[in-house]
Design a protein around this ligand. Structure first.
Ligand SMILES: *Cc1c(COP(=O)(O)O)cnc(C)c1O
Length: 417
């Protein structure tokens, strides 16, 4: 039995929207916000509470549990709406839209790691249904991809082959093609490729224009992980970085990483959701929710607030400012002959102290011990580099300068000693 919230409305519940945003029920299928509560989760006091929502909407969206079977599922309806806006903001191909005439669509996942796991599970189910059930499946990703891809392989019991990259850290078509041919020759069945747009280490971009057609030819699922860099695609000048994205069967990026949304919020789109539905939807369900847990947080709200508060131009301004700050930092590093810049991509600058790795390691140790700033080490092409990334919307040139002075002061120490 569903408990109607109206019969149990607490006395202090405000009757008007305290945020003065347009009421979102207008977006929903029946024009009314009619969440249903499962008895199991809140039999006496519905957790849906506008008052609480008003206090801290961006960091604590209410944890709502709805009867998912119900076609009025408000979480899903609003997510679909907001993800369509987001797909348009990122200039993604229109086949990803929930409102596209085709079978595409998108929803929110917890994290990019979940999206990768979900893509692997779907590709695995699809492949086994097309081939022998005991086929030995293999998936591919680059050696520069996020560790969550290997984790997803473990969870999905799928072998992951880590492929070498070119000098920029990008996975190329020829490397993938060679690996696929080798594996087929030795009796394995390639099932998916996880390509990265903006690797965690050096923000490198796999070549989707080369990889995509190969995946298509071999019937291999192409999942694109753009967890960090995806946010940049709201700016037209960065669109060349995602050339070939139309080949992706699924695409994920984290608004919680670089697009001002609080954790957790990972957007995931499918070219054809029917494969996902076969794996995740319950038979009785009339709605989509391609995820592992039953419960769903109302994350569409925080995404929607960010879109409303910043607007398209505000979000672009944020991204451009951070890229400019990274360029400013790059200039400072290049101006000092003791350092070398190894790679600059979007908001990330990878640099090192010239010479032996020990010098860079020593600098990292000193800076870390002093706790004034925080930098991350990474090995790129056999060399230790320092990753300096601008993420916070509060960062200004003066902060970058302070960080640089701190780094410089410690390397001076380092070289003198
Ligand atoms: C950060 C990152 C991830 C992991 O993201 P979660 O949302 O924490 O799972 C995956 N892939 C890339 C490329 C990343 O940068």
């Amino acid at each position: 039995m569903a408990i109607s919230p109206s019969r149990r409305r607490p006395n202090n519940r405000p009757r008007t929207n305290p945020l003065a945003l347009p009421p979102f029920p207008r977006l929903l299928p029946h024009g009314k916000l009619t969440p249903r509560y499962s008895r199991r989760n809140s039999p006496f006091r519905p957790r849906y509470n506008l008052h609480r929502l008003g206090k801290n909407p961006l960091s604590h969206p209410p944890k709502l549990t709805f009867l998912f079977q119900h076609p009025d599922n408000v979480c899903v309806a609003l997510e679909q709406k907001v993800l369509d806006w987001l797909a348009k903001l990122l200039h993604l191909p229109s086949h990803f839209l929930n409102t596209s005439p085709g079978p595409g669509g998108g929803l929110i996942q917890n994290a990019a790691s979940d999206s990768t796991l979900i893509a692997l599970l779907i590709s695995k189910t699809k492949k086994t249904s097309e081939t022998a059930p005991d086929a030995k499946l293999v998936a591919y990703t680059s050696e520069q991809s996020n560790s969550s891809v290997e984790k997803a392989g473990l969870l999905a019991s799928t072998t992951i082959r880590l492929l070498p990259t070119d000098e920029h850290g990008a996975l190329r078509g020829t490397t993938l093609l060679r690996a696929i041919r080798e594996d087929i020759a030795s009796g394995l069945t390639p099932c998916s490729v996880v390509a990265t747009l903006g690797t965690t280490g050096t923000c490198a971009f796999d070549d989707l224009e080369e990889i995509g057609p190969i995946c298509k030819d071999f019937g291999v699922w192409l999942h694109v992980d753009a967890a960090y860099a995806g946010a940049a695609f709201c700016c037209p000048e960065y669109l060349p970085l995602m050339k070939g994205v139309e080949f992706a069967d699924s695409f994920c990026f984290n608004p919680h990483k670089w697009m001002l949304v609080n954790s957790d919020c990972s957007a995931m789109w499918f070219k054809d959701v029917t494969h996902a539905e076969k794996v995740f939807d319950r038979e009785s369900s009339g709605t989509h929710f391609w995820q592992i847990p039953d419960v769903r947080r109302f994350r569409a709200l925080k995404l929607w607030f960010v879109l409303r508060v910043y607007g398209v131009e505000g979000i672009r301004k944020h991204i451009r400012k951070q890229v400019d700050l990274a360029k400013y930092f790059e200039g400072l590093v290049r101006g000092d002959c003791r350092f070398e810049v190894c790679r600059v991509s979007l908001g990330l600058v990878c640099f090192r102290v010239k010479g032996d790795d020990r010098r860079t390691q020593d600098l990292i140790d000193r800076v870390t011990q002093r706790k004034k700033i925080f930098v991350m080490p990474y090995y790129f092409r056999e060399k230790l580099v320092i990753r300096f990334v601008i993420c916070s919307r509060f960062t200004e040139e003066t902060d970058v300068l302070v960080a640089w002075e701190e780094i410089k002061s410690q390397v001076e120490h380092n070289l003198d000693g």
